[in-house]
Ligand binder design. Structure first.
Ligand code: ZN
Length: 280
């Protein structure tokens, strides 16, 4: 099953067309895309029996399938080659965890302002959306509603300023958390633990990895994070980025005005960000 946020309304994607959920369910399920995760099991049962054909739509009108989560957890250094290019050791017990503040979340096709004087970098990531409350949960896919593509855009100067890293602020400028193009349930994928993901700038490949190389897999993250705090329906987890970011290149490279960044995850889809220079 695929669901999306089309102009702020929850839709079911069937054969490339969109079925408006509030209309098709006669209001049983509200139009708010974020609300569906509270009733995920009930919604899945309803969605499996929907017969509406849906209507064509413009991908430019898609928003994030989880536009207003209560919690966004983001994982650092979760691929060993990326840990090495960043100059860190591979984490063993617990990877670095930070947040991307929810105001940074956008849909899949956007124009992003580059912060003045910044070094803005790219990080393609598999994004997990939680479908049922998980607290002290076992390592499994049980609590996952579905998967999307995410970009963990990161302004490295802000990220590193001061005596301790400012990961959360440096990664939360407006538009720095595109998610989409839709949410795909794990059963749609041949092997949700082994998906190719990558990114390119102006057609030039920057990153290419596989989620089977995650140090902490999706089930392992659910267990490790929920050992500390409850994961709530609709929460978003950015699972970490593979090697090939601008910070790890020689010479280092940053996003520039006019660049077009494409990020993809196999079996899910792609994001497309165009960059312009922001003012002060
Ligand atoms: Zn990241």
């Amino acid at each position: 099953m695929k669901i999306a946020n089309l102009s702020g309304r929850l839709v079911l994607i069937k054969d490339g067309k969109a079925v408006d959920v509030a209309r098709a369910s006669d209001g049983v399920f509200p139009a708010d895309p974020q609300a569906v995760y509270e009733r995920w099991a009930e919604f899945r049962a309803w969605a499996s029996a929907v017969e509406d054909e849906g209507v064509p739509f413009d991908p430019a009108d898609l928003g994030s399938p989880a536009p207003a989560p209560r919690q966004v957890l983001a994982i650092g250094l979760n691929y060993s080659e990326h840990a090495a290019e960043s100059g860190f050791q591979v984490p063993d017990d617990l990877p670095p965890v930070f947040t991307k503040y929810a105001s940074a979340i956008t849909g899949p096709v956007t124009t992003v302002e580059l912060p003045e004087g910044g070094h803005t970098d790219w990080e393609v990531e598999l994004v997990v959306v939680i479908g049922s409350r998980a607290h002290r949960a076992e390592a499994s896919w049980e609590h996952v509603a579905g998967l999307a593509v995410g970009q963990d855009l990161s302004e490295r100067i802000t990220q590193m300023v001061g005596p301790a890293p400012q990961f959360s602020l440096g990664k939360s400028f407006p538009g720095f958390a595109p998610i989409g193009p839709w949410l795909v349930t794990p059963d749609e994928l041949d092997n949700p633990d082994d998906l190719e993901l990558g990114s390119s700038i102006n057609g030039e490949e920057m990153q290419k990895g596989r989620t089977s190389d995650l140090i902490f897999s999706v089930p392992a993250l659910i267990a490790r994070l929920s050992a500390v705090l409850p994961l709530l329906p609709g929460d978003v987890i950015f699972t970490g980025t593979p090697a090939g970011v601008g910070l790890g290149r020689t010479p280092q490279r940053w996003l520039a005005p006019g660049d077009e960044l494409v990020s993809y995850v196999e079996g899910i889809g792609e994001l497309r960000q165009t960059f312009v220079q922001g003012g002060q």
